[in-house]
Design a protein around this ligand. Sequence first.
Ligand SMILES: Cc1cc2nc3c(=O)[nH]c(=O)nc-3n(C[C@H](O)[C@H](O)[C@H](O)COP(=O)(O)OP(=O)(O)OC[C@H]3O[C@@H](n4cnc5c(N)ncnc54)[C@H](O)[C@@H]3O)c2cc1C
Length: 368
Amino acid sequence: MRVSIVGAGIAGLSLAWALRKRGVEVSLFDAGRIPNPVSSSFDEHRITRHSYGRLPGYGALMPQAFATYDQLWTDIGASHYLPTNMVFVSREETDWSASAAELDRVNVPHRLVSPAEVALRLPMLHADGVTAAFEAGGAGMLFASRIVSDLARWVAEHGVSLHPHTRVEDIDATKGSLTAAGTRHDADLVVVAAGAWLPELLSETAGRMVPSRQLLLYLEPPADLAKAWSEAPILVDSGSGHGAYILPPRGGTRLKIGDHIFTSRGKGSDDRIATAADIAPVMASAASIFARFEDYKVLEHKVCYYTVTDDEGLVVEPIGRAGWVLSACSGHGFKLGPLIASGLAEVITGARPASSFPDWAAGRKPAE
Ligand SMILES: Cc1cc2nc3c(=O)[nH]c(=O)nc-3n(C[C@H](O)[C@H](O)[C@H](O)COP(=O)(O)OP(=O)(O)OC[C@H]3O[C@@H](n4cnc5c(N)ncnc54)[C@H](O)[C@@H]3O)c2cc1C
């Protein structure tokens, strides 16, 4: 069987990995280099965790998602994962009971943290206005660009035919073929994993999968806070007008802050040059969260794209008789990418029914 994959982010690369392990002949196309530095998957880190709150279907999948990453570490010969606790700091009334119940179901420890403990343990945050905090285990950092770089090496070494710098212009999902640079490439099946560029290639997905331009700030903390930051957990700080996530500088990475509020503007092919309009809201969030923010040095403004759906579910669906869309959407496409791609590889090779797969991949059903 021959499968063509469009897009070499975490979705396309992990599908190539999972299909090759099942003996499938794979061709992987990307408009940029592989991995592509402007893809959503190419950043210093992405968060993984067990609690999902309002998306319990994904909470139920997380033990399998962690297990799939363990298989990946074995294959690529390195673990690009750092377990850390995660502390959710709230500056408004928050009910943690759904998260607590979800973590109890998978035996992951958690506890409430008082504002006084937040002030003592996290001196880098403004203590004023903190109403409560919740600490969860079972979380950590996935070192994203290292993962996609090693996956690209693994697939190249295991016979996947790589086509970097090859923009796919057209898909024929009835025949499993695609056209790139005027040349037609035939296969039994074509899978489109084009991230935020998807609506530009498959216009029927526009409106449903919305690219969302987001800004990440990389920072250097003041010297006297460097030790506290180097020991810090992953932080989520939410209050009126912001829902920021903060990755401490650990495992050779830099301190990063982003805001989970989707902008829902832009498109995959736009440039990645940060404008004042990109930068201002995240700077404002950082200033309201970090004490002495004026003492931090801004190292980089990085523009990145989410692809967002109304319910934040991943979209993995058949198109035509010989095609699939594999869209690792929203803020959880990286942690779930290898699991969902492995499931799709099972469907493609006939080891799993196709009919229930889109609901499972969208987190609409409990784990099978
Ligand atoms: C700011 C931010 C923070 C995030 N945080 C988290 C997090 O903490 N945890 C988490 O799990 N997820 C997180 N995500 C989501 C996660 O990063 C993405 O869901 C995931 O990386 C998407 O992977 P992908 O393979 O679908 O797309 P991408 O990585 O964007 O890859 C798509 C590839 O397709 C190629 N392509 C597109 N069109 C064509 C074409 N026509 N021809 C050839 N190639 C083409 C592109 O060049 C690109 O390389 C975050 C995302 C952002 C933006």
